[in-house]
Design a protein around this ligand. Structure first.
Ligand SMILES: *[C@@H]1O[C@H](CO)[C@@H](O)[C@H](O)[C@H]1NC(C)=O
Ligand SMILES: *[C@@H]1O[C@H](CO)[C@@H](O)[C@H](O)[C@H]1NC(C)=O
Ligand SMILES: *[C@@H]1O[C@H](CO)[C@@H](O)[C@H](O)[C@H]1NC(C)=O
Ligand SMILES: *[C@@H]1O[C@H](CO)[C@@H](O)[C@H](O)[C@H]1NC(C)=O
Length: 267
């Protein structure tokens, strides 16, 4: 009798397992859900599924132009230092170099007019070509863009900056320079313009966090981007977040202020 009951239990388990477990056995441990469905969760315990429960990165999109002073400041003081502290699993950065430029088609090429003059258009195109040359991999292009913005001025000699910043940051100056002369580079800069207009950018830097642009996130990003990203990230907070998320005031009061506080609080 006991054996018959056990036999029945085993059969029921096998049947219900087989119902949802339609994969070949070598794939049973491939995800937590598959293992559950195939009723081999315990047998698969050596498998690491932690990435499945990882939170999505904070997505940050920056619309900017190469010579605007607040763009330079944001990139060099906030964006690059924050990028340097966090992994791309926590912060996913995209930049679009176009800003407040205008464009019109002349023959089969786009002509750009930029707020801070022709040099700015050249800087925008150089940055756009750096994105293309690195296959839009922010880890590869951001150090170069940070270098450009660190040294960019209205009198910037871009070809010299290109050589210098490319050599220091492992990007190919020859690829960037040929992109800048090509129809592909011209078309890609136009695409930056199309995306910038579609976003409805009316000042730069224009910062979009997880698809939203608000005055509050703009202000928070320009004041302390690391803190904003740490607050927004829904996963386990990485180590660099510990200091910015601590609620202790890092100040020391003046004696006089301390005694005023004491009075107000009736200690
Ligand atoms: C990173 O951002 C880009 C552009 O916004 C987006 O296409 C991509 O899906 C994002 N990656 C992740 C992992 O969210
Ligand atoms: C992005 O670029 C970095 C630095 O060059 C490189 O280590 C990484 O493998 C690249 N990532 C991808 C997805 O190609
Ligand atoms: C330099 O760039 C190449 C791609 O062009 C990449 O494979 C390599 O990982 C980079 N090296 C470093 C140190 O980032
Ligand atoms: C955002 O800030 C701008 C400029 O300070 C202001 O004109 C606008 O009304 C603000 N928008 C909202 C929704 O508060």
């Amino acid at each position: 009798m006991l054996y018959r009951i056990l036999g029945l239990v085993v059969t029921v388990v096998a049947v219900s397992g087989a119902d949802v477990c339609r994969l070949p056995s070598r794939l049973w441990c491939s995800s937590r859900k598959t293992a559950d469905d195939c009723q081999v969760t315990q047998q698969c315990s050596a498998q690491d599924w932690s990435h499945e429960t990882a939170a999505p990165p904070v997505n940050l999109v920056l619309y900017y132009e190469s010579l605007c002073p607040f763009c330079k400041q944001f990139i060099t003081d906030q964006l690059f230092p924050t990028f340097s502290k966090l992994s791309t699993d926590v912060l996913n950065i995209t930049v679009l170099p176009f800003g407040n430029a205008e464009e019109k088609k002349e023959g089969d090429k786009w002509e750009f007019t930029c707020q801070h003059g022709r040099g700015e258009c050249e800087g925008n195109l150089m940055a756009t070509c750096a994105l293309k040359t690195t296959s839009f991999n922010s880890t590869a292009y951001l150090p170069f863009i940070n270098c450009m913005e660190t040294h960019a001025t209205e009198h910037a000699i871009w070809p010299a900056l290109l050589l210098n910043c490319a050599a220091r940051n492992n990007v190919s100056h020859t690829d960037i320079s040929s992109c800048m002369k090509s129809d592909d580079g011209n078309e890609l800069e136009h695409q930056m313009g199309v995306a910038t207009k579609a976003e409805g950018v009316d000042y730069v830097p224009w910062i979009v966090v997880n698809g939203q642009h608000t005055n509050e996130t703009q202000e928070a990003a320009q004041t302390d981007l690391l803190k904003l990203v740490c607050q927004t990230y829904t996963g386990i907070k990485p180590a660099p977040c510990t200091s910015v998320l601590s609620t202790d005031l890092k100040v020391s009061f003046k004696r006089s202020r301390k005694s005023k506080l004491a009075k107000k609080r009736h200690y």
